[in-house]
Design a protein around this ligand. Sequence first.
Ligand code: HEM
Length: 546
Amino acid sequence: MESATGTVGGWWLFAVPMLAKQGRSSLAEAYTNLNGVVILVVLGVISACALLVCWARPGGPAWGSLKGKLTIPGPRGYPVIGSLMEMGGLAHRRLAELAVIHKATSLMALSFGETRVVIASEPETAREILQSSAFADRPLKQSAQQLLFGRAIGFAPYGDYWRSLRRIAANHLFAPRRIVAHEKARLAEVEGMLDAIERDVKATGWVQVRQHLQRASLNNIMSSVFGRRYDFASGSEEADQLGAMVREGFELLGAFNWADHLPVLKCFDAQNIHQRCAALVPRVCAFVQKIIDEHRERREAHAGESYETDFVDVLLGLSGDEKLADEDMIAVLWEMIFRGTDTTAILTEWIMAELVLNPHIQLRVQAELDAVFGKSSTISSFESALSRLPYLQAVIKETLRLHPPGPLLSWARLSTQDVCVAGHTIPAGTTAMVNMYAITHDPKVWSNPEVFSPERFLPSEGGQDVDVRGNDLRLAPFGAGRRVCPGRALGLATVQLWVAQLLINFEWTAAPSTSVDLTEILKLSSEMVNPLQTVATRRRPMCESS
Ligand code: HEM
C-alpha cells in the first residue's frame, strides 16, 4: 500500500547499499537526512493543502485564514497572489466586470496577495464604507511611506495629528474666503495659459493643451501654498527640477507595487520602487526645506510688519500642540503639490476633449458664458457669477461622471475594527475600495451611462441637481465622509474658471488629421492615453473690456 508509512519504509531499499559502503554512522546520518526530506515533503503537502483550502474560499487566499463562514462573494483568483493580476491596466473596468460576474456589485471580496480587500460598486454600500468611522484610516503603501506621506493629511492615521492637519488646512488653505481671495491668481494663471496656447497655434497650427494645463496647475498650487510661481517657458532650472520631481513622485505613488501585498517581495524591489523613492526623498526634502528656510528668514526680517502670507507662513506660525516639526511640514506641503496638480489638469483636459467631440455642447456653454459676461475676454468675480452658469456646471459634473479622475477614488480605506457592511461582517485590517467608475457607469443608476449628456444635471430639462461634493454617492468623485477630499472646492473653482476662460476666448476643434481619442490609462489618476490635440481659434481679441 502507498502510504506515508510505506514511503518512509521504502527508503531502506536506498539506504542499505549506503550502509554497506559507509558503515553504521553513515547509515544513521543517511537516516537522519532522509527523515528530514520526508518531513519536508509532508510539511510541503500539508502547506499546499492548507493553501488550497484557503484559496478555495470566496475572495481567495487572504480570506482563507478567517474563522467562520465567509458570506461576501468574490473571485478566488490564483493561489498565493489572489487577484493581483487584475490590478494591471484599467483595473476599475476589470473590477466592475468581476463584480457583475460574481453577483457582487454590492460588496465583493478579493485578495491582493496577503491583503484582504472588499470593493463596493453600488452607492448604498459605498456610503456605508466611506461614511463609517470604522473606515477612517488608510492602508499605507510602501511608496507613500517612503515619500513621507505617512505624516501628511492623506495617509496620516486617523487620530489627533490627522484631525489637527485637516483643521489647519480647512481654515487656512481651503476656507471659502481663501479660495475667493485666490481668484486673481487663478485668473493670472489662465491668462498666461491663453497666451501660450495662442503662441503654439501660431507656430504649428494646433496645440496640445496638457502641458499648459499641467504648468498652470502646478503654478496655481505653488502660488497659494508656497507663495511663488515659475516661468516654465523661460527654462528656469528650479522649475524644471520641481517638474521632474513631481512627475517622478506621480509615477511612484501611482505604481501598483506587488510588494505592498506580498511582503516577501520587499527585499527584491523588482519594480525598483524602493530605490527610486530613496533617491527622490532627499531631493524633495532639500527643495521644500529651502523654501521653508526662506520663509523663516522673511518672517524674522519683517517681524511686526504686515505682508502677504501663504500656507507656509501659516504652518510656521503654529504654536503649542499644533506646532509641526520641519519634516512634518515638508510632508504636508509636498502632498498639497501632489494632490492639487494632476487632478485639476486631468479633469480640465477631459472636459475640453468632450467639448471638442461635442461641438453643439461647446456652443451652448459659450452662449451661456457670453450671456453672463458679455463681450469681455477676461472675467472678474467669477465665483459670484457661478449660479448663472448652470450649463457649465452640468458639463463639469457630466465629465466627472464619465471620466472620474480617481475611478477607484485613488486612495483606499482601512477598517480599524470589525464592522458590518451590507449585512456582511468585515474584519479589522481589511482594505476597502469604492469603484466609483462602476457606479457612474451603471445603467441601473444612470440612464444611457456611456452618453455624454450634461442635460441630465439640469432640473429645468428633466434632469437632477446632483451634489458632487460627497453627499450623493451616485456621483462622489471626491470621496465622502471624514476623509473626503478637502481640496474639492478649490479644485472645482479652478476647473470652472479655467474652462470658462478657455471657451470665452477660443473655439476648439480637433487638430487636422487627428481625432479625439478618449482611451484612458490608470496611473495615480485616470488620464487620456493620447494627449488632446486641438486647434484653438480666437473668438475675440485679448483684453477687450465689456
Ligand atoms: C478635480 C480635483 C480633485 C479630485 C477629483 C480629487 C479627488 C480626491 C479623492 C477621491 C480623494 C479620496 C477621498 C476619500 O477617501 O473619500 C481625495 C483626497 C484628498 N485630496 Fe483631493 N481631489 C481633487 C483636488 C484636490 C486638491 C486641489 C487638493 C489640495 C490642494 C486635494 C487634496 C486632497 C487631500 C489632502 C486628500 C486626503 C484627505 C484625507 O485623507 O483626509 N485634492 N481627493
